[in-house]
Design a protein around this ligand. Structure first.
Ligand code: SAM
Length: 343
């Protein structure tokens, strides 16, 4: 018998998924994980509340859910609960950790969460809701994403934090050591480019992005790091500099097919024989029945962009049409996969 018919456990868990997300997001925004990391000993809810300027009751309830979902731990001494972080919370949720996903959480909480309120209309109309929500053209997707300095910085923080956990797997999916000059087109904060430069120190790595993005990347993300160079430009408009390898990470999934083909043809004509392009995307299975995160990303693309996620065969055909014959696919088993096409 299907247990769900007797009582809809799974459905209820799904309905409440957004509440779990919001518990983690709120704790992050309030600075709970940073405080617990800094304090050398378990802390009571009253102390956390006092330090973070919140109500004692609200903080206690928040901490208790975090214990319930095993993100925090608790011990009781003389009737008082004392909370401490788990290793996972210290590593990924505290802002000061080198593997912090704090910026990813802030963007999910403050931008993606309200944006997903437009999902019904986005599905009904089959397009993003930038016009209705922000009064900005639904085709000029980066004007909407970068609608304020604050939004630009938050988006770049999101892009950057992905590569803290996925960057190494992506840049080692193939041996890229033979490519001596690498141009990361739309490389944003330079997060992936930095991971690449770490693994292939003999390669010259450059990020090309829109002028204001490059300025913010240099100011906020490059940390005086000389391993990656930045160049202002527009990959659709005009020529792009020659390089042995072009990286397009999370670029193809943003745009309609004609623009993607135009960009890939440009890459093909600008790279030397033996040069190539590395696509980095979250790959759907060929039958599109998963992975669930790629399916969810595809829905996110509907809400925010003009593109979608695809299975490997789609990218292979597109690359073939752009002139690349030799195409290899590597699923990393993490959120992002890699496709290498050689001229
Ligand atoms: N590749 C980065 C990554 O995966 O972290 C960023 C991906 S983000 C989805 C798309 C990037 O393309 C943004 O950094 C954006 O500024 C850049 N971009 C959009 N239109 C562009 C254009 N016409 N020329 C150059 N970069 C562009």
């Amino acid at each position: 018998m299907d247990l769900e018919l007797d009582y809809p456990f799974k459905l209820l868990e799904y309905f409440n998924g957004f509440r779990i997300s919001k518990v983690i997001f709120s704790a992050c925004e309030l600075g709970v994980f940073d405080l617990l990391l800094q304090s050398q000993k378990p802390v009571s809810a009253a102390e956390v509340a006092q330090n973070l300027g919140t109500s004692g009751d609200g903080m206690e309830r928040l901490l208790d859910v975090l214990v319930g979902i095993e993100i925090l731990e608790v011990e009781h001494t003389e009737g008082t609960a004392y909370y401490s972080s788990t290793d996972v919370a210290n590593l990924y949720l505290a802002k000061s950790s080198p593997k912090s996903l704090h910026d990813m959480i802030i963007y999910q909480s403050q931008t993606i969460y309200p944006l997903w309120n437009t999902m019904v209309d986005a599905v009904r109309e089959g397009k993003n809701q930038n016009e209705k929500t922000f009064g900005l053209s639904s085709e000029d997707i980066f004007s909407a994403i970068y609608r304020s300095d604050e939004e630009m910085l938050k988006f770049m923080g999101l892009m950057n934090s992905t590569w803290v956990i996925d960057g190494h797997d992506v840049v080692t999916a193939f041996d890229l050591s033979g490519f001596k000059s690498v141009l990361d087109l739309g490389g944003c904060s330079g997060g992936l480019a930095r991971e690449l430069a770490k693994v292939y120190p003999a390669s010259a790595v450059t990020v090309l992005d829109l002028p204001n993005v490059v300025q913010v990347a240099k100011r906020h993300f490059s940390e005086g790091d000389a391993a990656v160079h930045f160049q202002e430009g527009d990959f659709f408009d005009g020529d792009i500099p020659a390089a042995d390898l072009y990286i397009l990470a999370r670029i193809i999934h943003d745009w309609k097919e004609d623009k993607c083909l135009q960009l890939l043809k440009k890459n093909h004509s600008c790279c030397p024989p033996g040069g190539g392009v590395l696509l980095v995307e979250s790959l759907l299975f060929e039958n599109r029945r998963g992975p669930i995160m790629a399916q969810i990303f595809s829905l996110n693309m509907l809400v925010q962009t003009e593109g979608k996620e695809h299975p490997p065969s789609y990218y292979m055909q597109l690359l073939n049409r752009a002139g690349f014959q030799e195409v290899q696919v590597c699923r990393t088993g993490k959120s992002y996969d890699a496709i290498l096409a050689v001229k």
